[in-house]
Design a protein around this ligand. Structure first.
Ligand code: MAN
Length: 379
């Protein structure tokens, strides 16, 4: 579907832009790796007016299957990386992003086909051109709860500080971690703020009624059916949480957004970009997944929430996506494509008369889209 508000849409960064000789796993272990994807970037505006993308780089073993064993990367204390191996016949490898260990029947246990760390990339103020890849400021794991990597950063500027939420992956837990920066470029890890399997935690950029707010997306293994009188579908929802200090979070009692009948979201959904404050309230771009193959179809939708009470949804559009994967953008990268139908929006900024969206395209590249700001009044 053509989106009438799109003014500009392009890939700004793809795996070929990344210098493997500056990638930590290849450099520290000497093993042959490749860049599977440079995608799902957090975005913020730096004090000098440039945009900063915090890009998730997925580095993977070049020859993952050797002598009947699957090889994958794990971070180890001492800031190094080790290669783990597992017999391929004990794995389900149908999803190119992760493999399932078949010997565990009673719980679902996975490994990742790549290992993600974060690379700050500075762009021109309109986000359309790269100025600098900051290899000296790469964010790698430092804690055992990050032994399988750091994923999907979202940056919110609150007051004078930049706060970045990320998803930390490990055998211990799958948690949300918080980083802080004074200048948008140098980040320090503050620790875990949401426990097991709460991905896509996104901070509102200012306090509301003296409290911090965040979008969350708790993910369980088990759901209960919705009532026959409800149009909601069972499964995960985007929720709100509030906090006095960014560290202790109380879930707001009503859920915020969930999959519904007659929408394009039938499966999963989660927050996307940090909410933008507009004349119509908080504009939240989020992702919703429709059933399609093994991975699903990921698209970007939006909602407006009340400025003073974000529990109140003023408008929800889960039927007409703002963004869908755009195959013409990745045509020249066809040799590298390993997924289809995935766009995953992770950043939004307003500049003059446009909204700049930053998204991961096909878990492969960073996509920048300019939307005409008429979207805010009319959509
Ligand atoms: C999950 C997340 C994202 C990823 C999408 C699509 O929701 O892990 O990081 O982009 O899947 O693969």
């Amino acid at each position: 579907m053509k989106q009438p508000y799109i003014l500009y849409d392009k890939l700004v960064l793809s795996p070929g832009d990344i210098d493997l000789n500056q990638c930590p796993i290849h450099v520290k272990t000497g093993i042959e790796t490749f860049i599977l994807g440079a995608f799902n970037p957090g975005m913020t505006r730096l004090p000098n007016g440039n945009l900063l993308l915090m890009v998730r780089i997925a580095e993977a073993v070049k020859e993952p299957i050797k002598e009947g064993r699957f090889r994958f990367i794990r971070w180890a204390p001492g800031n190094t990386y080790e290669i783990e191996e597992h017999p391929t016949y004990q794995l389900d490898t149908s999803d190119p992003r992760k493999f399932r260990f078949l010997e565990h029947e009673h719980i679902r246990v996975f490994g990742l086909t790549s290992f993600s760390w974060l690379l700050p990339v500075e762009l021109t103020p309109d986000g359309l051109n790269i100025l600098k890849l900051h290899y000296d400021k790469i964010i790698e794991p430092t804690q055992s709860y990050q032994e399988y990597g750091i994923e999907d950063p979202r940056i919110s500027r609150i007051g004078d500080d930049y706060f970045m939420t990320t998803c930390s992956v490990s055998s211990q837990r799958h948690s949300t971690t918080l980083y802080q920066s004074k200048d948008g470029l140098h980040y320090s890890l503050l620790g875990i703020i949401m426990d097991h399997q709460n991905k896509d935690m996104i901070l509102f950029p200012q306090r509301i009624n003296e409290k911090y707010y965040a979008l969350t997306r708790p993910l369980g293994e088990l759901y209960f059916t919705t009532g026959s009188d409800s149009t909601d579908l069972p499964g995960p929802s985007i929720n709100l949480s509030e906090s006095p200090n960014l560290f202790h979070w109380k879930p707001v009692e009503s859920f915020l957004i969930r999959a519904r009948q007659n929408s394009l979201i039938s499966y999963k959904l989660g927050g996307g970009a940090p909410p933008l404050l507009t004349d119509r309230g908080w504009l939240c771009f989020f992702h919703g997944v429709g059933k399609f193959g093994t991975v699903g179809k990921y698209r970007t939708f939006y909602a407006f929430l009340d400025k003073d009470n974000p529990e109140k949804i003023l408008k929800l559009n889960d039927k007409n996506p703002v963004l869908e994967a755009n195959p013409s953008l990745t045509e020249h990268l066809s040799d590298l494509v390993y997924l289809t139908d995935v766009v995953f929006t992770t950043g939004a900024e307003i500049l003059d008369n446009r909204i700049i969206l930053a998204s991961g395209e096909l878990d492969l590249a960073c996509r920048i889209t300019h939307l005409d700001s008429r979207f805010i009044e009319e959509a």
